[in-house]
Design a protein around this ligand. Structure first.
Ligand code: PMP
Length: 470
């Protein structure tokens, strides 16, 4: 035990020594941290001994639930066998090689993506998207298209918080403190029909408007300067919404016309979240790069993987004698312990049928949330796919009037939800609570979580009225 801060409680030490990610320092000093001590399955226990149904699976990542023996054992064995091995200079670890074969096979078999045949590893969703950002540049440099480097993302997108990933993220709040985005990243319209569809506009017309916006941005910049378009197939942190009708078919055609790569950010959607192994298969996408993290190891180890298309790899490979070493990689790229855990995680998803469970329990959770929120005048929309669901608040359900700036109804509800022992997430862009529990949540646990959320919503209503009708 250290005695650097004698007579301090853990709360006090936290406040005295930590800068928390995506947290308010003022708020931390006012209220102290919320400490969690243990977790099993879908349930987290806080330092006061109270249990919470984790409807977020952490940050959309604990796909097989907490404390799963198979992953713990795989990690323990790997630590004892080969606790570390880098992959620089052609070095390799067996489990990492096996994982690469497994990922390529999964994309072939489960997503029909037989063009994704190479894997590059990192440690987070953010660095996977930084890898994508750098690959777009390198690929086009090698092709002599040195101008073709801009990347288009979407307003409301979340792609992480390293410097390039922050730039790809399309939420101002993450940019303004840090003088980002980088100048070669652009953002097009947010394809959220419920919020941004115009009165009288059909969903198909909305899609056409979104695609026309993208096209005019490409034309304005010059197609010869645009290297890639990055998408979350189902937008997550931006508010949990599905692509509007026919969106990806039209986008893909446009990208093909202009020789623009598609980057699919499957950091949330990968590994069963949507009731499919990958959104690439579910939406029939043909991405050149797929970013994976979170569900790759169910967050038992920090690890990301970038699936790379033949189109890109073949150019890199053909020019390799000329260019020499591929000058990108991390100390922990392809970490053998992460690889062993990822292999065990994929086994669990397969053996326990978790993709099918997400497909079956997703609509059950969706309906339960629709039912429990139906009486609340401030819940405008409840939607989702698989176990990725959003509850969006409005000032008036009938007119869909937007919530007043700063009212943050979703944060109000989250506060009451914590008191009831359930943890939905409060998202940073639109007033949305998200629900993305572990894929092995049972129906009884869904019922319990939803009824706690329903009670929280009831308790929150007077405060919501005040905030939203101000
Ligand atoms: N992409 C998406 C779609 C994400 O949701 C996230 C994290 N929420 C990231 C990238 C960044 O991942 P990380 O926090 O592991 O860097």
């Amino acid at each position: 035990m250290s005695n650097f801060l004698p007579n301090h409680t853990l709360d006090m030490i936290d406040q005295a020594t930590m800068l928390h990610p995506v947290s308010s320092i003022e708020d931390l000093h006012a209220k102290g941290p919320t400490l969690y001590e243990t977790a099993q399955g879908v349930t987290l226990r806080d330092s006061n001994g109270r249990d919470h149904v984790d409807m977020g699976a952490g940050l959309w990542c604990v796909n097989v639930g907490y404390g799963h023996d198979a992953l713990v054992e795989a990690g323990t064995t790997a630590l004892k066998t080969l606790s570390y091995q880098h992959h620089f200079g052609n070095a390799a670890a067996k489990d990492t090689v096996r994982l690469s074969e497994r990922l390529v096979q999964l994309f072939h078999d489960q997503a029909g993506a037989t063009h994704l045949n190479r894997v590059f590893y990192g440690t987070s969703g953010s660095d996977a998207n930084d890898t994508a950002y750098k690959l777009v540049r390198y690929y086009n440099n090698l092709r002599g298209k040195t101008e073709k480097k801009k990347i288009i993302s979407r307003i409301g997108a979340y792609h992480g918080l390293t410097a390039a990933a922050t730039s790809l993220t399309g939420i101002d709040a993450y940019h303004k403190m840090f003088d980002l985005p980088l100048p070669d990243v652009l953002h097009t319209s947010c394809p959220h029909f419920y919020r941004y569809g115009k009165a009288g506009e059909t969903e198909a017309e909305f899609t056409d408007r979104m695609v026309a916006d993208l096209e005019s941005l490409i034309q304005r910049e010059g197609p010869e300067t645009v290297g890639a378009f990055i998408v979350e197939p189902v937008m997550g942190t931006g508010g949990v919404f599905l692509p509007p009708l026919g969106y990806f078919e039209k986008v893909q055609k446009l990208l093909d016309q202009h020789d623009i790569l598609l980057i699919a950010d499957e950091v949330i959607s990968g590994f069963g979240r949507l009731g499919h192994w990958f959104a690439t298969g579910a939406f029939g996408l043909k991405p050149d790069i797929v970013s994976l993290a979170k569900g790759l190891t169910s967050a038992y180890f920090p690890m990301s993987a970038s699936m790379i298309s033949d189109r890109i790899y073949d150019v890199l490979s053909a020019k390799s004698a000329e260019t020499g070493v591929f000058m990108h990689g991390f100390t922990y790229s392809g970490h053998p312990v992460g690889s062993a855990i990822a292999l065990a995680n994929i086994d669990v998803i397969e053996k326990e049928g978790l993709v099918a469970k997400a497909a079956a329990n997703g609509p059950y959770l969706l309906k339960a949330l629709q039912d429990v929120t139906s009486g609340c005048p401030f819940v405008g929309d409840v939607r989702g796919m698989g176990l990725m669901i959003g509850v969006e608040y409005v000032a008036d359900k009938r007119t869909k009037a937007e919530c007043p700036a700063g009212s943050a109804p979703h944060k109000i509800v989250s506060k009451y939800a914590f008191e009831e022992g359930v943890l939905p997430r409060a998202l940073p862009f639109l007033p949305v609570n998200s629900f993305s529990p572990p894929l092995n949540i049972t129906r009884a646990e869904i019922d319990e979580g939803v009824s706690r959320f329903g009670r929280a919503l009831k308790c929150a209503e007077p405060e919501l009225s005040k905030a939203l009708q101000a």
